[in-house]
Design a protein. Sequence first.
Length: 276
Amino acid sequence: MTTSTVMKNIAAPYLDDLELSASTDIGFLNELQSKHIARYSFNSLAVVLGQDISLDIHDILNKIVNKQRGGYCFEHNKLVLNVLKELGFDVRLLMAKVIYNRDVDVARTHRITLLNLEGDDYIVDAGFGHFGARYPVKLELGLEQDQGDAVYRIIQNANKDYCYQLFKDGEFFTLYTFNLSQYTEAECIPAHFYSHKSPEAAFVNNLVVCRKFFNDIVSLRNGELFRINSKENKTVTTEIITPKQLHQILVDDFALDLDSAVADFLFSKFIAKEAA
């Protein structure tokens, strides 16, 4: 089987599932990212359930598209990069440091995609959950980009690192930093291992599930469910008090086909323990 044949086996089912027709313009890219984050949940389920998470592209396609199980950045953004590469886009892998507006030096544990379209660079990121952008963000320093529900920009700090920022609570908030160095898939392996195996990793210690629709975000973090209407700037918070309620949320709000026994386990580990 040739490389091109393998690649074609990735894009076709992905585009079909998102009901997308391939094109080579920014409108297509906007639609791809926005549809991806609405349909496929960003979540830590496989991590907190102690499952092995394969980075083989066919395994990722099967998990996210065929089984509708979602995943985290190393899965979502690898899938998107491979689809875009097959479609002829100029894309490459970048690695970022998630800092959440702190002055800290941390490891590069977030993968993103750099895309060049007609001479302009964009950051494509379909794997950042709640605060992630709905559309690709143009890499033009200082350009404030209003995406309807949120405003993003990219600047450079004193170290010449790029800062990917969200306008939040009246000011720009740096979600992560990155540079334009060359990275390989091999460099994702230790970051991926840390993110889903280290006792100190955020995903290991928190139940996180998120889907982003056009004006609405549904986000679960441990024992709380947040329904956020970005247009009205309104958030409704629901406390999860029973395993049955958690199971219903995972099935109805996040379209996850999970057995009730899984919800029982997650409730006891992340919610009942917190309340105790």
